[in-house]
Design a protein around this ligand. Structure first.
Ligand code: DGY
Length: 328
């Protein structure tokens, strides 16, 4: 594929500097008003683009890819999670898939800590109280939260983001525990003072805080299901900045409503942008609109990685962030 001829279709509005650079480098079709693509628009995109640049809001499933024209050679995802793309179908059709790892690690870890603080110290609730005009002033026994210092945090998924959360948690005086497919290196375990649990069920029952930081795959779907949520101690808080589907949201809402869990702080949901109404009704739940990577710096760097991946590909090189090799 030659550089001049590459047709790149971006499904969402991207940071200005990224749109400008992409338009300079490729024959780029931008989404000027940023409304999410309809199914029809996605079909048109896969039938015309050499390179599709989707985001987490696009469902790039097998049925869609089966309608792709032979010119579609690459899906350069704007984002690290690729659970919205049918990777097997893409691979079978010879379509290369890339993502944007690394550049949103620190922002997502910051957001995890923000949620951890928010739910344990009741920040969102306190803010609502002040704005309601019903705050009566300081009192020794009102709006008491839970201290973070000395607590035990169980991180599910100790990849880049999990480790960045652990680094921050250590600074807050929190003891780091983790469950991961593979135990991390002894050197990093020592740096983070992290304790490995091979058995997730065992770990859950011993934690004060649990943060899910694993990508969504077939094996992590509902990794916190009703049975596992029931293992948590009633004073435990659950934080999720990964993907909604890693937790059984209905079971989480029920267990919170039953008072069997201290609280939850969520940035992601099973059916975004829908949020389970049971969660909205609960005071001890902090709800954010998928903001994990939402910094100006992060989104520009994500765009830069998308451009590097596309440019490497159209120049005949191997893009750095290929998913298939990463999966092996
Ligand atoms: C990511 O990069 O996966 C973010 O969640 C946005 O999609």
């Amino acid at each position: 594929m030659s550089l001049e001829k590459a047709v790149v279709v971006a499904t969402r509005g991207l940071p200005k500097a990224i749109e400008v650079r992409m338009s300079e480098l490729f024959r780029t079709s931008l989404n000027k008003d940023d409304s999410p693509f309809s199914r029809e628009q996605l079909i048109e995109a896969v039938q015309t683009a050499d390179v599709l640049v989707p985001t987490v809001t696009d469902n790039i499933d097998a049925a869609l890819l089966k309608q792709a024209g032979p010119q579609l050679k690459m899906i350069a995802n704007f984002g690290v999670g690729v659970n919205h793309i049918d990777l097997e179908e893409a691979r079978a059709r010879g379509i290369l898939v890339t993502n944007t790892p690394g550049v949103l690690t620190e922002d997502t870890a910051d957001m995890t800590m923000a949620l951890l603080l928010s739910v344990t110290r009741r920040l969102a609730e306190g803010e609502r109280l002040v704005r309601s005009g019903e705050w009566n002033g300081w009192a020794p026994t009102t709006m008491l939260g839970a201290r973070l210092w000395g607590k035990r945090l169980g991180i599910i998924g100790m990849g880049r983001i999990g480790q960045a959360v652990a680094r921050r948690a250590k600074g807050f005086g929190i003891a780091v525990h983790y469950h991961n497919r593979n135990q991390i290196s002894e050197e990093i375990e020592q740096e983070l003072d992290a304790t490995y649990w091979d058995d997730l069920d065992q770990m859950l029952g011993h934690m004060d805080l649990v943060s899910v930081n694993t990508p969504l795959t077939a094996s992590t779907h509902h990794i916190l299901n009703a049975e596992r949520l029931a293992l948590l101690q009633p004073h435990c808080f659950v934080i999720n900045t990964s993907r909604g589907e890693v937790i059984d949201e209905e079971a989480l809402a029920d267990i919170l409503a039953a008072g069997k869990l201290a609280g939850a702080a969520l940035d992601v949901y099973e059916k975004e942008p829908e949020v389970n109404p049971k969660l909205i009704d609960l005071n001890n739940v902090v709800l954010l609109p998928h903001l994990g990577s939402a910094t100006v710096e992060g989104r520009v760097q994500m765009g830069e990685r998308v451009i590097i991946n596309i440019k490497s590909f159209v120049d005949g090189h191997r893009p750095p962030d290929r998913i298939f090799e990463a999966m092996l």
